[in-house]
Design a protein around this ligand. Sequence first.
Ligand SMILES: [Zn+2]
Ligand SMILES: [Zn+2]
Length: 118
Amino acid sequence: MARTTRNRPFRCRNCGLDVPSDAPGTAHRNHCPHCLWSRHVDETPGDRRAEADCGSSMEPIAVHVRSNGEWALVHRCAGCRTIHLNRIAGDDNPLPLLRLAVKPLAQPPFPLDWLNTI
Ligand SMILES: [Zn+2]
Ligand SMILES: [Zn+2]
């Protein structure tokens, strides 16, 4: 049986959810649809860099919008600090997604009043 290691169900290490392998809207699921945490595994076949063996949890730290308007999650590995971009899935929890998206606006590095003076 030629089953790859990619599409296997996994248990989320952050919230404990058993995550099924099928994800609507994406070829393979790489993060928890509930809390959006991921795991640092080798996602690129043939990528032989040492980071592939990391296995640490990856924290969702931001939302990135691709040029075609598609949202992607920015994950940072808690172990080796590597940054990954991952497509969101159709059943991802919209609440933590939106929380990540508005985070910079909720905590601007300058007073928003400045916008009136520009
Ligand atoms: Zn989770
Ligand atoms: Zn890592």
